[in-house]
Each structure stands twice: as structure tokens, then as C-alpha cells.
Ligand binder design. Sequence first.
Ligand code: ADP
Ligand code: MG
Length: 677
Amino acid sequence: MNLSLPLRELSGVGDKLDESFHRVGLRTVKDLVHYLPRTYDDYTQQSRIVDLKPGKVTIVAKVESVETRSVRRGMRITTAVLADDSSKLKAVWFNQPYRATQLKTGERYMFTGTFEFSYNRYQITNPGVEQAKKLEQTEGERIVPVYRSIRGVKPPLLRKLVASLRPTITMLGETLPLTIVESQKLMSNAQSHLALHFPESQEQIAQARERVGFEELFELLLASQLNKQANNRLQGWKLPFDVAAAKEFVAGLPFALTNAQRRAAWQIIQDFESEIPMNRLLQGDVGSGKTAVAGFAARQAAQAGYQSAIMAPTEILASQHAETLSALLAPFDVSVGLLTGSVKGKARQELLSQISDGTVDIIVGTHALIQKKVEYHKLGFVVIDEQHRFGVAQRQALLDKSIRMPHLLAMTATPIPRSLALTVYGELDVSVLDELPSGRKPIATKLWAPTNTEKLYEAVDDEIAKGRQCYIICSLIDEDPENDVKSVEAEYKKLKSTVFNHRKVGLLHGKLAPVDKDAVMQQFADGDIDILVSTTVVEVGVNVPNSTVMIIENADRFGLSQLHQLRGRVGRSTHQSYCYLVMSDSSKPSARLREIEKSQDGFYLAEVDLKLRGPGEIYGRSQHGALNLQVASLGDTKLIARAQAAAKEFLSSGDDLLQYKQLATRVEKNQRLTTLN
Ligand code: ADP
Ligand code: MG
């Protein structure tokens, strides 16, 4: 069968089914062949109820009773009593009321789910159900693949369709270079797909996943190395180092640079002196002082006669950077311009012409910097702050604004675990600020039950009385009647008129007009607001060193990296700072959340997030989604190292990538996705 055959042509697929497939991007036989099971129900491992041990289990049992009840707004619980000849067991489903109609009392079914101790008794939670009679004839002793569900396509039908493709899957050609399949002792492409769709044992599944995961990582790492080679062939500008200007800049700072800052600055200077354009990632935990490093480099670029563009993800951050840099650089006759969406009319025209005639040396802005109308005189250096926030196309557009490739410094406060950096940014040189400016105290961090707010607000008031300021973060802007999550609007109104009616309370969120946002931020920076109630717009970069208290409402809804970012808004001076993470309810906080109480190390917390929640949390959902890793885990450092070595070997072997059609296409796509230039 032809892999490019539309699914509609398969027998048993009508218009309706075809439409359901289209909705999830499945169009051809090939798409379906590569639609891999998310997990498996292993019916070869049946247990008797008395023998169950906590963990994933499968039992065959009779349903003695079943009922559904509503507990809280929106939440429905279905419970059933199951029995086999050894014992009885309670099954519980959350928000699956159809289970009550599906299960007939007195009938036998096969249940696969998690056996656990919960609410003071053992139960099986959210088990999958198959009718036992049917199973015994067809798939009783099988490992049954579980695919990501597709609306309008029942799982048995999907399995049947995939089964009808078995001959095609058997004939799948090899997609990796044979030398690699052999040297890495991998299953063939056909074997691995057969094993994933029609597994015979857990070992077979593991081997097949290793093969597919390896291939995904190999494609990514090969792309990244090709990017590096391509970058090294580019023509850039040579910016000579000016020792006097460097000394002057450092002497003008209100602080001494940390050793880590010096090291990073030095690495940048060396890159500037080469004609190969710099391609560097500056990683530094929140508050480690990346702005000063960027400022140092921009000063050097200006000294050499080149413009710098500094792109920040929000207007707040852009104007803050512009302010910081003007203050640092004005004494040296280096001029700084701010270009954002809210610079309009005549002021904008004037600024644009200053950019194009070269009167402005450093242009700070949001993505306004990449608009068509912006023409640079001589762009030699590009800084992208909080780079994971930007899409690839935006970075490309900025780099397109120079005749030669400008030097690029991408800065991120989101610590990227090594495994992730290697796969996704393997082409980059990395500088790490692994040291905070001296005198910073760890931020005292506490998880807080939602009931005990009085004491919390007292602690806030004490700090304000000492002249400090406070952030209160809520995840929503407006009140949502559907759930209990706190919103900034409601919190702001409440606090302003009750507990904190004697304090100045401000409100900040992304829907405010840019001028209003700036005004609020300015007031907060000037100390005219004591308590800033805000959404996560303050998450990245905002720097108001006098603030010492950070309260995060519904903290359990955030990832650790994000909490760490938010927490990093305080602890920016020598004052002791505090972070209170208020839970959504009084249940016991997870082990994951406890980690943030214990650790101030962004790299460590990102590793925990990576293990528990996957790379989307750290790296930015959209980009990671595009990486399309179905099987590989970016936490699998061993497989990454193997794929990395194999990619290097392949490149040096002189083997021609173009003879591997699928590999070449995917590598090319990855190259576009992961490159910074
Ligand atoms: P981030 O790395 O999170 O972008 P910033 O560049 O905003 O951090 O710097 C955080 C704060 O630390 C700023 O107030 C900055 O002036 C200050 N700072 C930067 N470097 C030093 C240093 N070497 N010593 C003391 N304070 C510093
Ligand atoms: Mg910053």
C-alpha cells in the first residue's frame, strides 16, 4: 500500500471518520503509521485483588455496584465496587460519568489503572475498562496500545485500522543511515513501528522506543551541528576591543562586576574580534546582572562605530532597559533610543530617522525593532533578552536588518538544563553567570495555606512600614465564575478597600494600555506604590530592588521555573526578602512545590520541572511543540549523548545527508526551528 494514500481510501473510513482524522492532522496512511501509542494497557500482567501492590495494575473483576455523584462545582465522581474470587476493591473515576452507564452490574470487565492508598483506603483510580468476555476471545492476553484519543474515533476502531496497515508497516524502509543502525544496535524502522503498534512484550516496546527516540534526537542534533557549521561560514563584522572604553565603563558602574560578569564580558569581546559572527547564549539566574554585561558589550560596539539593537519581550522591560542603559552610557556620549509600539507620530518619525542615519547608537525596544520601516545605519550587535520568549521568525527578522550578520547575544534567565541546551541550542556558545552579586541574601520562601492570610498580610504590612514594597501575583485578570482562582481585578479591589486601605495599592496586567502599564511600573519603581497586584507580566526581567515581598496566589498552578522567575523579582538588594506561595486549597502541597522552598538554584529547579512536567514548561510551549518529539525525552541524557556522538560521527564520515530523504527533510525543518540566526 502506498504511504501517501489518503486515509479516506481505506475501507471502513467514511467522510465523518476522515474528518475526525483531519482535525488532528492525520491525512494519509503515513500519518497513521507514525501516530504512535501514548502508552499501553498490559493485560498480560493480570493480578488477583488480594495480591495487588501499589502502582499500575490490571485485574479482571465483576461489577457489584456503580454510582455517580457531584461533589463540587463541576466535579463528578463515579465509584464502583469490584469483586473477584479473592476480594473486593473500590474503583474511582473523576469526571467520567459515562462509566456509570458503561458498566453493567453483574458483568465482568478488565480494569487497568493505578492502585493506590487514597482517602484512607486502597482503591483503583481512573482505570481503563474493557469488557472481559470480548477480551478473552480477541485480546485477552495482549498488550493493548493506547493512542492519544481522537474525537469521533473509538479506540477499538483505531486499533483495527492500524492493524489493517500491518503489511505496509512491515515493508517500511529504513530512514536512518544503515551504518548508524548497526553501530548503535538499533531496531530497524519497520521493526520498531511493528513493535510499537503490535507489541508482544514490554522489552520489545522499550527497544522500539529507544530506536524512535534516538532517531528524533539524532535529527535534532544533526540540525544543530549543521547550523553551527553554517554560522561559521558567515561573514560578520570585526569589532576591535577598546581597553580604555572598557575600563571607563567598569569604573562608571555603581558596583564592581562579579567574576562571572567579567568572564562573560571577556568572552564576548573575543567573539567581537572575529569575523565569524558571535552566536552566544548568556545564561544567568534571575538577578545575576545580565543587563550590565549587555551594556558593556553595546558600549564596545558603539566605540567601534556600530549600532546595537536590544530586544525585550515586553514594553515594561524595554523601557526599563533603556533607562538603565542611558544612565550608564550617557556620560560617554553613547545615545540610547527606545522604540516600542507606544512611541507614535512625530516622535517615532524622528527616532526612525535617527536610527537610519546612525545618530542613535543603541536602540532598545520590543518587536517594534523588527518592523519593515525600521532601517539601521550599521547594525553590528543584537541582544535578545529573555530569548525563549521570542519565536524564531522574529529573531531572524532582526538579524536580516544588517548587510553582514551582526553578532548575537541571546540572554535568558530561564536556566536551561544541560540536556535541553545541548539538543536545542547545541550550536551556541554559552556563557554562564553562575554567581550572584555579593551581599544578596537567599529569599525566605514559604508555602502558605489559603486560610491563614491574616498573618501573611501582617508580614507584608511590617515590610511596608520599613519602607519596602510588595508584589502580589494572581494568574487571572478578571474574575472567572467557573473557578476559584484569584484574579488581579478582584484582589486589587478587595485589598485596596479592606486590609490595605491605609497603603497605596497598584494594579498591573497585560490588557492595560501600554502607557498605563508604563505609568504603573514607573510609580512602583519610584516607590509611589506600596503593593503591586499584578499578573505574571512582571515575571520577566522587571527590576525594582526596593521590593522585598512576593506573594503568589494559587501557586500550585505554576511550574517551578516560573515560580522561581517570579520570586526573582525580589531579593535584588541587600535587604532580606520573602516569597510566600499561597496554595489553592488546604490539601498537602506536592513534593514538587516543596522543592522551591528548599532551593534557590534555578538550574536545579528547571531540572525538576523537566523531569516532572516536560520541556514545554521551561523552554516555551510553542517552540517545543514544534520540535515534535513523540517518543524522545529531553530528560534522557544518555540517549542524547549517544545521538550527539552519532551525529558528529555522521558529519565527519563524509556520508551525504541528501541520500536519506526523510532524514534530510526533517533535519532541514529542525535547522529552521532551532537556529538563532
Ligand atoms: P538579570 O540577570 O535578572 O537580568 P539585572 O541585570 O536586572 O539581572 O540585575 C539585577 C540587579 O543587580 C540590578 O539592580 C543591577 O543593577 C544589579 N547588579 C548587576 N550587577 C551587579 C553587581 N556586580 N553587583 C551588584 N549589583 C549588581
Ligand atoms: Mg534581565
